[in-house]
Design a protein around this ligand. Structure first.
Ligand SMILES: [Zn+2]
Ligand SMILES: [Zn+2]
Length: 218
């Protein structure tokens, strides 16, 4: 009797990870490059987005920039460590990629290539899948809070402003698989580069009770 190392359910396939947890781990790995990119606006507080918003006291100061930098480094380090553990176990060799961004993408694709073997044959699969789950969750909590992988992510209320100064306020959702939040009501697109600012505005405006502010048109 085999139990999946991640969810502890019986796995009829007899591997280390059940098909559901294998699929979930693949999806999480595939999300990591996007999440990694999504951290970028947190590194450049004042310049990324949000020109024209005349809220109280200007853009909210974005804290923890250094820890975001650390987090990006941690992501690369963890993924490369897992990949080299896989390669060592399988007697494989592979070149490391060049730049830091390329290293993250390289580690992710290397791990994805090895997922069938990891799920079926690697006794470390549980610890690996757990760490990937935690990593994806931690980064998501910063980049796109309240991610719901099943129904789509409820992001908050659309913060775009029409010519009369009214805030749209429609509920924004990030559809699974999409990289851009789209407002069905006003048509505004919110790409990942704007999410940090969007989150700040949403956090600042529970119930949309603040005075009207201006956002540049899409
Ligand atoms: Zn499982
Ligand atoms: Zn809208």
């Amino acid at each position: 009797m085999n139990l999946c190392l991640l969810c502890d359910k019986h796995d009829a396939m007899g591997g280390y990870l059940c098909p559901g947890c294998t699929k979930a781990t693949v999806v999480r790995l595939e999300c990591l490059p996007g999440l990694y990119d999504g951290l970028l606006p947190f590194l450049a507080p004042s310049t990324a987005v949000g020109q024209g918003r005349s809220g109280k006291g200007g853009p909210a100061p974005l804290p923890v920039v250094e820890s975001i930098l650390d987090l990006r480094g941690v992501m690369v380090g963890q993924l490369e460590d897992w990949l080299s553990a896989v390669r060592q176990e399988r007697g494989m060799r592979g070149p490391r990629q060049g730049g830091v961004d390329g290293r993250l993408a390289g580690a992710v694709s290397g791990l994805l290539r090895n997922m069938p073997w990891i799920a079926v044959s690697w006794s470390q699969a549980g610890a690996f899948a757990e760490e990937i789950r935690d990593l994806a969750r931690d980064v998501k909590s910063i980049v796109a809070p309240a991610v719901d992988e099943v129904r789509g992510t409820r992001v908050g209320n659309c913060q775009s402003v029409d010519v009369s100064g009214a805030i749209c306020g429609a509920v924004l959702r990030l559809v699974p698989g999409d990289r851009v939040v789209h407002c069905d009501w006003c048509g505004m697109n919110w790409p990942p580069a704007t999410w940090a600012q969007l989150k700040t505005w949403i956090d600042e405006s529970p119930g949309l009770s603040h005075p009207p502010v201006i956002v540049s048109a899409p």
